[in-house]
Design a protein around this ligand. Structure first.
Ligand code: TRP
Length: 449
């Protein structure tokens, strides 16, 4: 069975080396494995929750799209799209909002943190909290459940959100599934390495600590950042401990075991920090120069990026559109065309006045027709070898047997216990056909004596 892997990236910033090593790189490699079907998307609706700077949103969407493609993501192999190009996502968000408990969302860490901070400052608990922030986990649940993802790679801070997606999906299944599991319940997959790639000062590399190494900016920017990596004050010639050096940790994250061993030995032998930084730069530049070039090429052709993402959205919608159709059905947002039971009086009348008429073909076989009160032929049966079997079938239909109407092009057929027993006329369009099916259903209502 294929495993569906899905993850979103909030488009509020520019990816740095830590994002690449911890999340983007591993996700691209995972997408190249056999037996996986990957969905990667730009969570730009989520970005609006945190950022009201349109320029920054737009810039970040572009840079993140280019980063993934430059890193080797193959848009033909995966489904790569912008969340905001899938109108089914906000629609599903609403269906899920209606089953998500407010109490559940009250417990979301991000919302609770805002409330706690407000209380500490003596403010209204909900000061500055938008409904977007409050409902953030429901939108994320829609992202995940829309595509029935099995596995969702995320950072630690997002695990609770994936668990909420499970809760909400389960509740929807229970309320509307009628024994059918609409939604697959997802599992969070934590990328341990995200937490461990250190930044310039040794803390986790993160934009909020301002300790990042830029990814694709320019070789010079990368070199400048590396020169600012904090080290101890041991001079060249003095032995250095690789295990307490985050410069070494950074090097190790990108090096082969043999390369790491060489640097380890050389540091123990007294290699200077300046020299070690130079080696880290060379290692990173060796790996990033080619994707950096692709990145800048992609940024120079934004219209091509647009095409790639729109094609990705079309692909995603081939799943999302029919699935949402089923979900709408399930909650009761259904077409009026096929309604008959809703008007019992009319249905009863139709049933009472419809009649089965049997007749004999020239070749001696038997058939029957079902005629509406006005004489319209609703059904013509197949041929039967004898009048008795024809009669048995029409009797079963009359008694409201398990008749199953199946649309076939612009016509339809009627099945009884897995066998086609009769068919309707062919119509000029689907609307006329559906109206006739509704009349047939009405005519087949069991009539109480
Ligand atoms: N909230 C996630 C983050 O900030 C991004 C995201 C949005 C996401 N929708 C998702 C991640 C669905 C995984 C699945 O990191």
């Amino acid at each position: 069975m294929t495993t569906r892997i899905l993850t979103g990236i909030t488009t509020t910033g520019t990816p740095h080396l830590g994002n690449f090593a911890g999340a983007i790189g591993p996700a691209i490699r995972a997408s190249q494995q056999p037996g996986v079907d990957s969905f990667y998307f730009l969570a730009d609706y989520h970005a609006l929750i945190k950022c009201d700077d349109p320029q920054r949103i737009q810039r970040s969407r572009l840079e993140i799209a280019a980063t993934w493609l430059a890193g080797g993501l193959d848009p033909d192999k995966v489904t790569f799209y912008r969340q905001s190009d899938i109108p089914e996502i906000p629609e599903l968000t609403w269906l899920l909002t209606c089953v998500a408990g407010k109490g559940l969302l009250n417990r979301a860490h991000a919302y609770k943190a805002s409330v706690d901070k407000n209380l500490e400052n003596g403010e209204d608990p909900d000061a500055g909290v938008s409904m977007g922030l409050f409902s953030y986990p429901v939108l994320m649940a829609a992202d995940i459940l829309m595509f029935n993802a099995h596995r969702v790679p995320v950072g630690r801070d997002q695990v609770q959100h994936v668990e909420m997606a499970r809760d909400i999906g389960q509740r929807f299944n229970h309320l509307f599934g009628q024994g059918k599991e609409f939604f697959t319940l997802p599992e969070a997959v934590i990328e341990e390495s995200v937490a461990t790639l250190p930044g310039l000062d040794g803390r986790k590399m993160s934009k909020s600590y301002d300790n990042t190494i830029p990814l694709f900016a320019s070789a010079k920017d990368m070199k400048d950042a590396i020169s600012r990596i904090v080290t101890d004050s041991r001079a060249p010639g003095e032995a250095k401990d690789p295990d307490t050096s985050h410069l070494f940790t950074l090097f190790q994250a990108f090096a082969t075991p043999a390369q790491a061993q060489t640097l380890r030995d050389d540091l123990l032998q007294g290699l200077g920090w300046g020299e070690a930084k130079q080696r880290l730069f060379q290692l990173l530049d060796g790996q990033l120069a080619a994707p950096r070039e692709r990145y800048h090429e992609l940024l120079a052709r934004p219209a091509d990026l647009e095409d790639i993402l729109l094609a990705g959205a079309a692909k995603a919608r081939r799943t999302a559109t029919p699935f949402l159709e089923q979900l709408r059905e399930a909650v009761g947002l259904r077409s009026f065309r096929n309604i008959v039971q809703a008007a019992p009086e009319v249905a009863k009348k139709a049933a009472k006045s419809a009649r089965f008429v049997s007749f004999r073909e020239q070749d001696g076989s038997f058939r029957f027709r079902l005629l509406a009160a006005d004489g319209e032929q609703l059904l013509l049966s197949r041929t039967f070898a004898d009048g008795k079997s024809a009669g048995a079938v029409s009797k079963r239909l009359q008694q409201g047997g398990e008749a199953d109407v199946r649309v076939e092009g612009l016509g339809f057929s009627l099945w009884l216990e897995g066998e086609a027993v009769a068919e309707g006329p062919t119509f000029a369009d689907a609307q006329a056909r559906d109206a006739a099916i509704a009349r047939l259903r009405a005519a087949l209502q069991p009539v109480e004596a």
